[in-house]
Design a protein around this ligand. Structure first.
Ligand SMILES: [Fe+2]
Length: 266
């Protein structure tokens, strides 16, 4: 039976120059489930999330896997259960984007998936933003869709902060900006755009982790990618990369447990 580990991060909103909440609160971050189920209808994952008592659930993409016949029953049932208890903010990963961008290959899979989870009340942020208040702390939650060519194998495509802004618009001046951006490799562009906190996944922790060297390989088969798992900082901006909950293509994790990320915001 494979399991996951809970990793907590404490974040002080005032470090970003924003007003913090009147009382601490938690957010749960899900990434890269790839349609895996921990128990029937993800019962064990849901139980752990309930124990964290989050104010909201944030999804950083790849809840399903694009394939010739994409399966997303576990992802759908998880969204169904989560939305009964929490607001859920969801940004697509490359797998959802592939379904959306290639209807000639995947038919209406994306329309059916996205319509279904929206019908539950999921806030699907396709280059969009929702404004939320948690205990008087003003938060803008953004979902960014990176151009699909940035996920291709081979040489890494460049991305400028201006491209993030042309997709999303200007970041909020008054609110704490949380950016759900599936691919962490473009952290400099996200930070330059103005994300106070970026939440990413995609790297599956580097699949195999070595002491000192960290994650070995990215899903694009790049060796020793820079951002694979954990907290990173750049010019006062933060990024947390989840090692994800599932896997695909290389169904392997060595020294790299699946992960449920919990943020404690104070
Ligand atoms: Fe991904």
């Amino acid at each position: 039976m494979s399991e996951f580990k809970v990793t907590r991060y404490k974040l002080r909103a005032e470090e970003s120059g924003r007003r913090g909440p009147d009382a601490p609160f938690s957010l749960v971050v899900l990434s890269d489930l790839h349609n895996k189920s921990y128990g029937d209808r993800n019962g064990r994952l849901l139980q752990e999330i309930r124990e964290q008592n989050p104010a909201a659930v944030l999804v950083a993409g790849d809840m399903l896997t694009s394939s010739d016949s994409p399966q997303y029953d576990a992802a759908v049932s998880l969204m169904d259960e989560l939305t009964k208890r929490y607001p859920v903010y969801y940004a697509n990963g490359n797998h959802e984007q592939r379904l959306k961008g290639c209807p000639e290959k995947y038919g209406d899979s994306y329309a059916r998936y996205s319509d279904t989870i929206r019908s539950f009340g999921v806030h699907l942020l396709e280059n969009g933003c929702e404004h939320v208040e948690f205990w008087h702390m003003q938060v803008a939650i953004w979902g960014y869709e990176l151009p699909l060519e940035c996920y291709r194998r081979g040489r890494m495509r460049a991305l400028a902060a201006g491209q993030v802004e042309s997709a999303l618009g200007e970041r909020s001046q008054k609110e704490y900006n949380i950016l759900l951006a599936h691919n962490p490799m473009y952290f400099p562009a996200y930070a330059a755009w103005g994300a106070d906190l970026t939440l990413s996944g995609h790297m599956h922790g580097g699949i195999v982790r070595l002491p000192v060297l960290g994650g070995v390989i990215s899903p694009q088969f790049r060796l020793f990618p820079k951002y694979t798992r954990g907290l990173y900082e750049l010019d006062g901006k933060k990024m947390i990369v989840s090692a994800g909950l599932g896997s695909h293509t290389i169904p392997l994790r060595i020294n790299n447990p699946a992960q449920l990320v919990v943020l404690d915001i104070v």
